[in-house]
Design a protein. Sequence first.
Length: 217
Amino acid sequence: MTIPTPRPALALLVGITALFLAGCHSSKPAPAANGGADPGGKQAAESQSMAEAALGKQAEILEHGDLARNGAEQILAVNRIANAQRAAGKPADAADPASIFIRRAAILEKSGGKWSEVLRCDEHVKNPNGYLAGTPAARVSGWRLEYSLDSGKGLEMKFIPADSDADGAGSGSSESPGKSVVVRWNKSAKRYQSLDQSMERYLTEVPTLETPMSILK
């Protein structure tokens, strides 16, 4: 004859069994928070390393990604003027974070696992083919950089000599340079070039004997 199990004892047995099963389930190792394959930290470190290789330890990355809308990874890095002031001593416009004062800037592109410099602004503005049309003939010690990132056109930059009060759009021409140099990626030429005053036509560079492009890695 089977002796029926008292209801309290049965409830206790069910509870112990449930706790045991829960303990077995929780003993499984939880997946790493990063999934064990998060490249974000590594990519950020690599990007910063490349920026510093181009512009030194003070390099600051402003934008990173498909900046030219050409499918390639690019970095916009700068050496910001320490006190964020222009040469004339006037403070930067804090209300416009996309307008900053810099000494140097560079755009680096990763292709085939190698990083290369595809645009540089130091005393002049240049790409691998030479000086960009509209860049001042005189050496510039500092620039005001205005930039925006459009979903279709990609990165657009305006380089204005820091001691200039001119905000005029367009870079003029190599024969009659304007006060600013507006730069975008030219999909046809596959490089960054300056634009004319209409903002529709790309201008040809002034060739140089030495190429400003350098392989960083």
